[in-house]
Design a protein around this ligand. Structure first.
Ligand SMILES: Cc1cc2nc3c(=O)[nH]c(=O)nc-3n(C[C@H](O)[C@H](O)[C@H](O)COP(=O)(O)OP(=O)(O)OC[C@H]3O[C@@H](n4cnc5c(N)ncnc54)[C@H](O)[C@@H]3O)c2cc1C
Length: 320
């Protein structure tokens, strides 16, 4: 490995780690620099496969599908924290099927008997659910096993980075400052993790643009309850009132959740942009920077698809 050929990734969340693995497995040497490994926002995700709060639609569909195939394969290995789970997404007023429903072979309309009281329509399908602390550790192990190098540190400017053939900006909310891009804003979210009282199926409500979400994601012994989506807020302190309201909303669907012991609160800020940014540009010092940030509420869902595009962009750059 020669220093001048090393690709430097900024960011150790799901985007940075997945991109690092994709680059290493394509034969590129990689060094990853990040303040937090794993990234705090990635740790806070629920996480269910499904595009949410994210554009542009056509590329999001391709990226999501690529990730779906990868997650389906990863679900065969319990060490990854990925599992295929069936469940229901329902609404209290009419909601049309999401445009990604055609990507899921068993997607179907629910009968009224399947829906909780107060809900008028819903859909049943099977998707990957990802237990993020377990999954991020799996990604980190796979990154290191493939020869990736991890460094803790804060990058204040892209000019600080020496010896990089290409820089890949996977810095989440920090990606905007590094790129001089003001089109990035936080959408704060909180989850409560409780001991699982025996739930095996997911449930989520289509709450439209409300800042109060309702989702129940079982991960074996634990279950992630959500959530919130507060536009413009990046504060990562736990909000006890929001946590209480989350448990209350979820217990309306599964009463046993009301008394389930709380294990943790997880808070993150979705790095939201008018459109996810996956593109290459030439930095003023001559080094190519490939951006991969701004995934909003779908960074896990898009991770393998976006990483594949980064590999293509890097391959084109280094071949030129
Ligand atoms: C409550 C909640 C629920 C969610 N649920 C889902 C879900 O169900 N499904 C889904 O697909 N997505 C979900 N998301 C969205 C998903 O979590 C994010 O889109 C994704 O984690 C973004 O990953 P990232 O790697 O781009 O950013 P991050 O995880 O934020 O990682 C950014 C990395 O960059 C580093 N960094 C930043 N700036 C610098 C700097 N200047 N120098 C060095 N390092 C730096 C950080 O330390 C960190 O390592 C959810 C998010 C939240 C908050």
């Amino acid at each position: 490995m020669t220093a001048e050929r090393t690709i430097v990734i900024i960011g150790g969340g799901v985007s940075g780690l997945t991109t690092g693995i994709a680059l290493l497995e394509a034969g590129f040497p990689v060094r990853l620099v990040a303040e937090d490994v794993p990234g705090v926002t990635s740790l806070a995700a629920g996480a269910m496969w499904g595009p949410y709060l994210v554009e542009p639609r056509a590329r999001v569909r391709e990226w999501s599908l690529a990730s779906l195939h990868t997650f389906e394969a990863l679900a065969d290995d319990p060490e990854t924290g990925v599992h295929m789970v069936s469940g229901i997404e329902a609404a209290r007023t009419h909601a049309s099927a999401p445009d990604w429903s055609s990507l899921l072979p068993d997607f179907r309309i629910c009968t009224s008997e399947e829906l909780p009281t107060g809900f008028t329509n819903g859909y049943r399908f099977t998707v990957p659910l990802i237990d993020m602390p377990v999954y991020l550790q799996y990604l980190l192990n796979r990154f290191r096993s493939a020869g990736g190098v991890v460094q803790r540190g804060t990058i204040r400017s892209l000019d600080e980075i020496e010896g990089a053939s290409v820089i890949v900006n996977c810095a989440g909310l920090g990606g905007g400052d590094l790129a001089g891009d003001s089109d990035l804003r936080p959408i704060r979210g909180q989850h409560v993790v409780v001991k699982n009282p025996g739930v095996t199926e997911f449930f989520s409500e289509d709450t439209g643009l409300s800042s109060d979400l309702l989702c129940i994601y079982p991960h074996g012994d634990t279950i992630v309850l959500g959530g919130t989506a507060i536009d413009g807020e990046a504060d990562l302190h736990e909000d006890p009132e929001a946590a209480r309201a989350i448990v209350e909303r979820c217990a309306e669907i599964v009463p046993a959740l009301a008394k389930a012991p709380v294990i943790a609160n997880r808070v993150g800020a979705r790095p939201t942009r008018s459109a996810v940014r996956v593109e290459a540009e030439r930095h003023e010092n001559g080094v190519t920077v490939v951006h991969n940030y701004g995934h909003g509420g779908s960074g896990v869902t898009l991770s393998w698809g976006c990483a594949g595009d980064v590999v293509e962009l890097v391959s084109t750059t280094t071949a030129a």
